[in-house]
Design a protein around this ligand. Structure first.
Ligand code: UTP
Length: 300
């Protein structure tokens, strides 16, 4: 009988050089988007999909992430005394709905290297990987992951990888998927025939880019140690997935629906867009932000 997937790995050990100086002393995963740090959205999405064991792969500036998810009895009791029930409930639910584990990647040798540090944590079970610098939009951001996890179990997949469409001229920046058949319907698994990390301009087999959410069987932890480092001496997760395909294992792509599009905070342009869209969608302050932007638009 297949077991429920309950483990997730959140890599957050990258250098974040494109976000300097904002990331000089804190990981980009702790940058605020509207009222929360990015990694809190990621954790809430995982909790919403029923994942209650979360391993965060941290790097040199790890303290802020651990502090954020550690219970803080002093803060909780002062909120209690102040009668701030709303914040109290928010903070308590974040900590009570998952158990957190941390391990550190001594040097950022690539996403594949980071994920391989989760081998013991995964303990031979299926698990989810959710990049700590990427958010899923929508009123139900856990929906795509929940559906991917169900499909993974039903299909006995080796991997299901979320993808999104990107402009053809940008494919050289991403891991690009080659689907086995022409059309890729939204929200359904489609067998993958290849995956290529950052294909040179003009050579991409599609405009479907890997989009920060994955479900893996334990086969990935056997594949990653066999991946050769790339030109930058990094172990790419994409190359590990490629090995799974070459072994003939069932690997699928899953196109995110437009309402659950992926946002990443890896560069400033994308971070600013993310902040604005999430601030506009904020249930408490969205209205005020909308009014402000409308007024401001007249001045531009
Ligand atoms: P990026 O590919 O954006 O790399 O990582 P980066 O190093 O963080 O950023 P730049 O290129 O220096 O600006 C995507 C995700 O994978 C994690 C990052 O923390 C981010 O969440 N990552 C990346 C690791 O955990 N370890 C690595 O070695 C590389």
């Amino acid at each position: 009988m297949s077991q429920r997937i309950n483990r997730a790995i959140v890599p957050a050990a990258g250098l974040g050089t494109r976000m300097l100086p904002a990331t000089k002393s804190q990981p980009k995963e702790m940058l605020p988007v509207a009222r929360k740090p990015v990694v809190q959205y990621v954790v809430e999405e995982l909790q919403g999909a029923g994942l209650d064991q979360i391993l965060v792969i941290t790097g040199r500036r790890k303290r802020a992430i651990e502090d954020h998810f550690d219970p803080d009895p002093f803060l909780l009791s002062s909120l209690e005394q102040a009668g701030n029930e709303l914040l109290l409930a928010e903070l308590s639910s974040l900590q009570s709905r998952a158990r957190f584990f941390y391990t550190s990647q001594s040097s950022p040798r690539g996403l594949g290297d980071a994920i391989s540090l989760g081998t013991e944590f995964a303990d031979g079970q299926d698990c989810v990987v959710a990049l700590g610098d990427s958010l899923i939009a929508g009123s139900q951001p856990s929906d795509p992951l929940s559906a991917m996890m169900r499909a993974h179990v039903d299909l006995k997949a080796a991997a299901i990888v979320a993808v999104e469409e990107v402009p053809a001229e940008d494919t050289f920046r991403y891991g690009i998927v080659s689907p086995a058949s022409g059309d890729l319907p939204t929200g359904e698994p489609i067998r993958m025939k290849d995956i290529i990390e950052k294909p040179p301009r003009g050579t991409a087999p599609s405009n479907l880019a890997v989009a920060a959410r994955y479900v893996f069987s334990p086969a990935i932890f056997e594949a990653l140690p066999r991946v050769f480092p790339d030109r930058k001496n990094e172990i790419q997760l994409t190359d590990g997935i490629r090995l799974l395909i070459q072994q003939g294992l069932p690997v699928y792509a899953w196109l995110l629906p437009p309402e659950n599009r992926r946002y990443d905070v890896g560069n400033f342009e994308s971070y600013f867009r993310t902040f604005i869209d999430f601030a506009l969608a904020d249930e408490r302050y969205g209205y005020m932000v909308r009014q402000y932007i409308k007024a401001k638009a007249y001045e531009l």
